[in-house]
Design a protein around this ligand. Structure first.
Ligand code: ATP
Ligand code: MG
Length: 506
């Protein structure tokens, strides 16, 4: 007796079709799963057996062999329960085998035969669509699968409901695609207007948003750095439909989708500085995506930057450049997207008050140099905007908030981004933002006028700008020009861009 159908294995964002073959032969009673199963897959046997018994189905007490092919791909996770159970149902002729051929099945079984939610349903559904197949998944994941387009979806709550569907006793209605509600609900939306004073810092935040530049904020405790960073997603344009699908896919693989709803707001991730390397860049037992991938197309906020482990910070360098992260495993390399905008915040020294003579500790200014040296030059070099945030004055704090709202700023940001997109598209480039322009392209689009060039030269000599630092200034100038809708880069753009170069950071 034989049953077969398809399921999937995940390798990063790549989805691989796995053939499940179930054979029942005579011989000594055994239930074997072969084809590189991990512990969770091996445990499927117990869950499947228990689910059969809870349904009162006679379990074949014979020799059962489940083969998961191709054999050289590691099978990980609990989503193999459902395909194994269905294969067994086909082999025992409870279900007709041919109806299963049109589907990819995945789901975890609980002991009482309910189907529990699993990660990775959206990428699996997209994969099924590309094969011209439908998908069978737990009910809780149906809304997620529905985003894969017009494919047949069966999302039962229990194994019994699925059996009844195939027998024509009870019809399963197709699930509706589900969307996430507005990020935080009314009254809790983080608005730029809440920030009093700090006009220079707010301007830098807008520049970062407009050109997609990475941003470092340096300032004493309580100056509003964390507050500012949390408001960056609110001034970025909303995700495009294809970006939303990309972001949702990574969250689905990480098992972090809220009830399978499509994510439409830009991610904002703020891992604690004690986060481990796998938590930060991805990896661990099942090569899960890390914070930098969960921040894909959004903002990664590293508060108290020097407190992060040096290895963790260095591991950011490659993804910052390439927009993806490659995790090496024993038998494969796994790639996740990680195109995030980095916002980092730090105090100038451990006590935080090195620039305030009255409050600085006795080790100033030595401690500032020590503290800041924890961050390597190459990492600093990948951050276009360095900004000093001053303490909020008492006067500003006592005044009512009268600044611009996030909505107003977001509109300007969108205009500046549209200009960049049109320019790079006309040039036939794949990049969309100034932050990703470099080399000759930068010379072509952002060479300043004569006055600007003279200022830049003077500054380069005076501040000993490195080649990278020089490029950073030009890149930011281009964004400043775009924010005004100006064609060329002028002296005033260079002057402002120079103000965002490293200040007190050694
Ligand atoms: N410009 C401001 N306008 C209104 N409130 C502010 C401002 N700056 C700071 N605050 C208030 O101070 C609190 C602390 O700010 P925040 O946590 O952003 O400071 P921080 O610079 O991140 O400090 P730390 O270095 O200690 O992390 C905020 O929750 C907010 O209530
Ligand atoms: Mg803070």
């Amino acid at each position: 007796m034989f049953g077969r159908l398809s399921t999937v294995a995940f390798q990063g964002v790549d989805v691989i079709t796995i053939d499940v073959q179930v054979q029942i032969i005579s011989g000594q009673h055994a239930f074997m799963v072969v084809g590189l199963p991990d512990k969770a897959v091996a445990e499927s046997r117990e869950r499947v057996r228990s689910a059969f018994e809870s349904l009162g189905l006679s379990f074949p007490w014979r020799r059962i062999v489940v083969n998961l092919a191709p054999a050289d791909v590691q099978k990980e996770g609990s989503h193999y329960d459902l395909p194994i159970a269905l294969g067994l149902l086909a082999a025992t002729k409870v279900l007709p085998g041919d109806v299963l051929e049109d589907y990819i099945a995945l789901g975890e079984l609980s002991l009482d035969s309910r189907l529990a939610p699993i990660s990775g349903v959206l990428p699996a559904a997209l994969h099924a669509a590309s094969l011209g197949k439908g998908i069978i998944c737990p009910k809780a994941c149906g809304g997620e699968a529905a985003w894969a387009g017009d494919i047949p979806i069966l999302a039962p709550a229990t194994l019994l409901a699925l059996i009844n569907h195939f027998k024509g006793v009870q019809v399963l209605s197709p699930p509706e695609p589900m969307m996430e509600e507005a990020a935080l609900g009314p009254g809790r939306v983080l608005d730029l207007r809440d920030i009093k004073g700090q006009e220079t810092a707010k301007r830098a935040l807008e520049v970062a948003a407009s050109g997609g530049h990475n941003l470092l904020m340096l300032g004493p405790p309580g100056s509003g750095k964390s507050m500012m960073a949390a408001r960056l997603p609110g001034i970025l344009p909303p995700l495009t439909p294809s970006e939303a699908l990309d972001v949702t896919m990574v969250h689905s693989l990480a098992g972090q989708l809220n009830e399978g709803k499509l994510i439409r707001t830009r991610p904002f991730r703020d891992p604690h500085h004690s986060a481990s390397m796998p938590a930060l860049v991805g990896g661990g037992l099942r090569a899960q995506p890390g914070e930098i991938s969960l921040a894909h197309k959004g903002v990664l906020f590293l508060d108290e930057l020097p407190e992060f482990s040096r290895a963790g910070l260095e591991a950011l360098r490659q993804p910052l450049e390439s927009g993806k992260v490659v995790i090496s495993r024993a038998n494969a390399h796994v790639t996740y997207p990680s195109q995030f905008q980095l916002v980092a915040a730090m105090n100038p020294c451990r006590c935080g008050y090195v620039s305030d003579a009255d409050r600085a500790c006795s080790r100033a200014p030595r401690c500032a140099a020590d503290y800041q040296s924890k961050i390597s030059g190459p990492l600093f070099d990948r951050i276009d905007l360095h900004m000093e945030v001053a303490e909020v004055s008492a006067e500003d704090l006592t005044k009512p908030a009268t600044g611009e709202t996030s909505a107003v700023v977001a509109e300007r940001v969108k205009r500046a981004r549209d200009l960049q997109e049109a320019r790079y598209q006309a040039l036939g480039m794949s990049i969309r933002l100034n932050a990703h322009a470099d080399g000759e392209l930068l010379d072509e689009i952002a060479t300043p006028d004569e006055e600007g060039l003279a200022l830049l030269k003077k500054a380069a000599e005076r501040f000993k700008l490195s080649a990278r630092g020089y490029r950073r200034v030009i890149r930011v100038s281009r964004t400043l020009a775009d924010m005004e809708g100006a064609d060329g880069v002028l002296k005033r753009h260079i002057a402002e861009a120079l103000s965002y170069r490293r200040l007190h950071v050694k």
